[in-house]
Design a protein around this ligand. Sequence first.
Ligand code: ADP
Ligand code: F6P
Length: 350
Amino acid sequence: MIFTHYLNGANSNVTIQALIHRRYDEMSSDIKAIGVLTSGGDAPGMNAALRAVVRKALTNNVKVKGIKRGYMGLLNEEIIDMEAHSVSDIIQKGGTILGTARCLEFKDPNIQEMAAQICRKHGIDGLVVIGGDGSYRGAQGLARHGINTVGVPGTIDLDIACTEYTIGFDTAINTAMEAIDKVRDTSSSHERCSIIEVMGRHAGYIALWTGVATGAEDILIPEKYTFDEQQLINNIIRSRKKGKTHHLIINAEGIGHSTSMARRIEAATGIETRATILGYLQRGGNPTCKDRYYASIMGAYAADILCDGKSNRVVAYKHGSFIDYDIEEALNMQKDIDEYQYDISMKMSR
Ligand code: ADP
Ligand code: F6P
């Protein structure tokens, strides 16, 4: 795997090996201390990323301050010194030991200015923000007010356009997959239709991946759903006529209404239909190996570029490399469900 480290934009790529061989005190940055916070929905692997940020920054002779409860905690000055041992025994834990919060007032530039002043007051020269694209906008706001920021993609939804990986997705899909397998047993035994609702308010990645991985007959995702329930009913009747004992429908949260959908399907088909909403159990739990590994590399990478004086960047994983983008550029990127993969998901269980 190639680790590419973009220092000053596309023309000045430096391999991570070159960075490793550079002494941090040779670098031009005046960064003495950085902060780190987790923001938005928690995701398994955030702790692994936090651990990597702390340990890598300390290796670079830069102090680290942990900020509790996201941007809310920053405004309330809930700031603690972090040492290497502060992040002991957390790599395997779900959630985030720093806590997280939604803080809507952070959209206000005056509040961002206040937060930047708080950072300066506490000697925080730069901030790693572990969260989703909402959290990136907060980081961008802080950067506009003179605080160096780097974002790390932390969300189970995989809905950040600039990166092919987000921290927590792998754990969430494996948790959901195991749960769906269990529902399938009951569904087959009782010859029922089962609608299983998975998370993803705006994005269907969890539904798509778990639907394919569990052999679901129908996968409903907000990016593609046509609200043609009759087609769904026809599919169920067709599969029953073919002798299938179950019919699994994976429904993304963004479409929702699984319980009323089940009632309508049962009335139309005469087949017993049940809804199961998996909910927050998909967001918790011990991170998978993949989430721990990627989170560790991304956290360390974020610490490195922040210690190097970079700002307004986000870490991403693309085509086998860990890279970083300007936040503005990253937020302007679009991500769509791959047509070919979606087409396959529609055909495999028919
Ligand atoms: P995520 O980071 O997972 O996308 P949210 O969208 O809830 O989750 O954003 C997390 C937090 O980031 C919000 O509670 C808020 O504090 C901050 N945030 C979200 N959007 C903005 C914005 N447009 N400007 C500044 N800060 C924002
Ligand atoms: O973490 C992402 C996510 O799980 C979305 O799929 C969902 O819409 C959202 O969080 C719900 O989070 P909360 O209920 O904590 O606002």
